[in-house]
Design a protein around this ligand. Structure first.
Ligand SMILES: [Zn+2]
Length: 409
């Protein structure tokens, strides 16, 4: 099959996934089921037939109105569907074709071809879809439903090791997260630590941080409501800031003590020489290690930022999001994602500053999740030059792995 055939197929697939993402974006924050009931008109409850669900086209031929009650259907539906189709196509184009000149952007995908790498492509498309849904929800509601990063992590932890276990291809560094045995043991130790901390949290031996957040937030919102009624302007400075952030992040440091200790013990006890461990286990180790690196980077920033500025810096939703990105892309790739994200923030801040000067209108601040998502896409597409730039880091990582391979051979 020529790549063009697959490019179109991926676009159609993307449209259908986009249709599902619309459901995710509307129902997930409200805690409703994603499967039942089927799609229906929000104003009259008219159930949609399959042909009214065709991505983008259905909205066009219904002219944006419900078939039975003629209530307008939000243009967000076809936009999300079209954008998902375009993004899926773009990723396929970047991975398997030669978009900008002669050398392929992702040689590992390009040279091994779709027949060898399709499971990895599927995991990356799922990541793209999840990041898109998280971005839209975060931008609208300032939350990232935990089920999105958890799903992404689970998909990576199941499909990537399976692809290696089942496939006959030798692994290529730079395609799948992979970790030498020491790192795999470190990931296992760290994750055991997370589990233990969660149990201690449930048993209330460890304190829950920001436990009174909701209560204080509601008080703040009520006060805002009163202000709005009395005719006072609600300014961006009134944005809710949790008042005891410094005190609360110290509780979070207690939560992190066990995972950090577990990781260190794992790395210390893990074998440094050659061991005949199966590939899938090392890939699972890479997924776990990437998860911990992603979570650790954001959580560290959150703690340091909150201690320094006395207000909550970066939400726990961002911790989960970068953890999931790390699980899919790998531990080394997570580092540039983390450092590219602030540039998206800067660009957005400048854009808003310009727009508010021209339009004389205040804009809501944008949460951090969309910047992490944008940075992840940059690293997915331009992994090769970015990791080349980070050569010292990568060489260390690759050398560790090559030493291990030599020992095996
Ligand atoms: Zn209707």
């Amino acid at each position: 099959m020529p790549n063009w055939f697959w490019l179109i197929s991926v676009a159609i697939y993307g449209g259908c996934i986009g249709s599902f993402l619309n459901v995710v974006i509307y129902r997930l924050p409200e805690g409703k089921s994603l499967v039942s009931p089927g799609s229906r008109c929000p104003s009259c409850g008219h159930e949609l037939a399959w042909y009214d669900n065709v991505p983008v086209l259905a909205w066009l031929w219904l002219r944006g109105k419900c078939r039975s009650c003629k209530a307008p259907i939000s243009i967000q539906y076809p936009i999300v569907e079209a954008l998902t189709a375009l993004m899926f196509m773009g990723l396929f184009w970047a991975y398997y074709m030669q978009p900008f000149g002669v050398s392929p952007l992702r040689p590992q995908f390009f040279h091994q071809g779709l027949s060898q790498t399709w499971p990895v492509l599927i995991v990356h498309l799922v990541l793209l879809a999840g990041l898109f849904a998280a971005t839209v929800i975060d931008a609208k509601l300032f939350i990232i439903p935990r089920s999105i990063p958890w799903t992404l992590t689970l998909v990576a932890a199941i499909i990537l090791p399976l692809a290696v276990w089942y496939g006959s291809t030798p692994l290529v560094i730079g395609l799948i997260p992979i970790s030498p045995p020491k790192g795999t043991c470190g990931a296992a130790g760290g994750l055991i630590g997370v589990g233990l901390s969660l149990i201690l949290l449930k048993l209330m031996i460890l304190p829950l941080s920001f436990a009174d957040y909701e209560k204080l937030y509601e008080a703040h919102a009520a006060e805002q409501g009163a202000n709005a009624k009395s005719g006072e302007d609600s300014k961006p400075e009134d944005w809710f800031h949790y008042p005891h952030a410094r005190r609360e992040v110290i509780k979070e440091m207690a939560f992190l003590a066990l995972p950090i200790a577990g990781m260190m013990i794992g790395i210390w006890l893990g074998p440094s020489g050659a061991v005949n461990w199966p590939w899938w286990l090392l890939v699972l180790g890479g997924v776990g290690f990437g998860y911990l690196v992603g979570a650790g980077l954001v959580w560290m920033t959150r703690i340091l930022g909150s201690l320094a500025f006395g207000k909550e810096a970066m939400g726990l939703g961002d911790v989960h999001l970068l953890a999931a990105i790390g699980a899919v892309l790998g531990p080394a790739e997570t580092v540039p994602v983390f450092f590219i994200a602030p540039f998206f923030g800067l660009a957005a801040a400048m854009l808003m500053f310009g727009l508010s000067a021209v339009l004389k209108k205040r804009f809501q601040p944008i949460p951090y999740g969309p910047y992490l998502a944008g940075a992840a896409v940059v690293v997915m597409v331009w992994r090769q030059p970015i990791m080349g730039f980070l050569r010292p880091l990568m060489e260390n990582f690759d050398t560790l792995f090559l030493v291990y391979l030599k020992g095996l051979g």
